[in-house]
Design a protein around this ligand. Structure first.
Ligand code: TNX
Length: 510
């Protein structure tokens, strides 16, 4: 365990004042505006209370849970501060901050966080925690002083969706591992978790009408590693945990390709009625559901119905990528039957950008994964009114190696160093898809080579905060030199949180 106790340095006459350890201008993702007041810091003490408006109680309890382990202070949540030193969470309409923004004021006599919604308060809390010493992230009591850096932040996101994807199909991750990742991404204002729940190597969600999908199709994983699946109760619990971190889950069932686990489990999902062999290699593009069979659509409807019933978020992800074993006409036939099924169960569609060529309804969100430039089908969808989610593989794929000697990951799209992951713009990436046609950004983590939470952390940190900043911060604030200096100051927090990050030589880590 690293000791994070502050070292008291005696002030010697004539010495330059030390640069402050942290400031409102250091927050990641960069706020819309931040004005430091070096003399306006607020000191937490055992007498501090958290005062919360009606509707702010959940965020107040969450904040208390963040601050209690390291401080050991009681920090009671109360409806009125009644003259006590307080962190106040206030709800009230503020047209400047939208639905996820906030205003944070830190002064000597108190901290006031205001937002229009609880989502906005939650995102403001993520900024507030970065204004405390890194030791606030320690899991045990640290005997030291706790000063929140003084100043004012006004903040709101550039794009509505800032996402992360975890592929739990190639390798399975237990609910506690998913929750850990949820906590790690929430601190960078990520608001969407896309779970890739089924692929050739394994099926990970209980479907009661097709029970062997999980119990048989879930047994396998890449390289013959142990599989696993979520019961519907476990999935609902993950969804609820994500919601408590103001994150919406988007579940993905990839189809009509990437379906070998289902087709090796149920013979009737194959055109010849014979189950295909189990496969745990990492080839892509060889499997296809049987497009001409009515059973295929009964299967899809059962899966969509059950998944929609346990998913409160508005979207279901229907995959659609790399369907190389499905002829184009069949692909179109399949999508024309499946997309209305999703609508029938009250959900909107998201899918990999290949779905753009099927002219999905304007509410559908194609997820772009290629390298940018010309993409006529995607541009045409944008022109019809679809918003596009940006996940360019050569910048945003967290499974790409950092450099040729990175022990984990793949390199088919690119080697992606920290600077590469940060240096792109969603609004100029794809020809014909501008700022107003972008839904947001998502950082996918495919897990062919990823087996443990340490592996996840090593690939996601430090790149994920960069993608999150691209999604949240104003374009005008985008600057690598300024970003790398702010990012460096995050690393003691990751150390205190136990995040096993990649120490990129591009950043002067603290
Ligand atoms: C491509 S790009 C895939 C996944 C793989 C990934 C590995 C896309 C939508 N699909 O099936 O896991 O590459 O990097």
């Amino acid at each position: 365990v690293v000791s994070l106790a502050a070292v008291a340095v005696p002030a010697s006459a004539g010495a330059a004042p030390a640069a402050p350890e942290r400031s409102v201008t250091d927050v990641v993702p960069a706020p819309v505006s931040a004005k430091a007041d070096p003399r306006g810091g607020f000191r937490l003490t055992p007498a501090t209370v958290i005062s919360a408006d009606r509707g702010a109680g959940q965020v107040a309890d969450y904040l208390r849970g963040l601050l209690r382990p390291a401080t050991g202070y009681p920090l009671p949540v109360v409806p009125h501060a009644a003259g006590l030193p307080a962190i106040s969470l206030r709800l009230g309409h503020d047209t400047r901050v939208g639905t996820e923004g906030y205003e944070l004021k830190v002064a000597r006599d108190g901290v006031t966080l205001k937002a229009t919604t609880a989502d906005g308060l939650f995102e403001g809390v993520q900024s507030l925690r970065q204004l405390l010493p890194s030791a606030i992230e320690a899991k045990r009591v640290q005997h030291r002083t706790w000063t929140v850096a003084g100043g004012t932040i006004l903040d709101y996101p550039r794009f509505a969706e800032r996402g992360a994807m975890l592929d739990v199909a190639r390798h399975f991750f237990r609910p506690d591992q998913v929750k850990l990742y949820i906590d790690q991404i929430a601190q960078y204002k990520v608001n969407t978790l896309h779970l890739h729940l089924a692929d050739d190597q394994g099926w990970r969600i209980e479907i009661k009408s097709w029970p062997k999908l999980a119990t048989v199709g879930g047994k396998t994983a890449v390289d013959g590693d142990p599989g696993g699946y979520y019961t519907q109760a476990q999935y609902k619990d993950i969804v609820a945990y994500a919601a408590s971190r103001h994150i919406t889950v988007i579940p993905e069932i990839d189809m009509p390709g990437h379906t070998n686990a289902a087709q090796s489990t149920y013979a009737e999902l194959n055109c010849d009625g014979k189950a295909v062999p189990v496969r745990t290699d990492t080839e892509v593009g060889y499997s296809s559901l049987c497009i001409s069979s009515p059973i295929t659509y009964r299967f899809v409807e059962d899966v969509v119905r059950e998944l929609a019933a346990i998913t409160p978020g508005p979207y279901l992800h229907i995959g659609g990528d790399e369907a190389h074993a499905t002829p184009p006409a069949d692909y179109l036939t399949f999508e024309r039957k499946v997309q209305p099924i999703v609508a029938k169960y009250g959900k909107k569609i998201t899918g990999w950008h290949e779905i753009a060529k099927t002219a999905p309804p304007a509410s559908a969100v194609p997820q772009y994964w290629d390298f940018g430039g010309a993409a006529p089908d995607v541009a045409a969808a944008a022109a019809r009114g679809n918003k596009i989610l940006m996940s360019p593989a050569n910048y945003a794929y967290l499974d790409m190696k950092y450099n040729a000697s990175t022990p984990l990951g793949q390199d088919w799209a690119a080697l992606v160093e920290v600077k590469d992951a940060y240096n792109w713009d969603p609004a100029t990436l794809v020809d014909g898809v501008g700022e107003n046609q972008v839904a947001g950004v998502e950082a996918p983590l495919w897990t062919e080579t990823i087996r443990t939470s340490d592996d996840i952390e090593y690939m996601a940190f430090p790149r994920l905060p960069g993608i999150a900043e691209i999604g949240w911060s104003p374009k005008a604030s985008h600057n690598w030199d300024a970003y790398r200096a702010r990012l460096a100051k995050q690393s003691p927090r990751w150390t205190a949180q136990g995040i096993d990050f990649y120490r990129s030589p591009q950043v002067d880590w603290k």
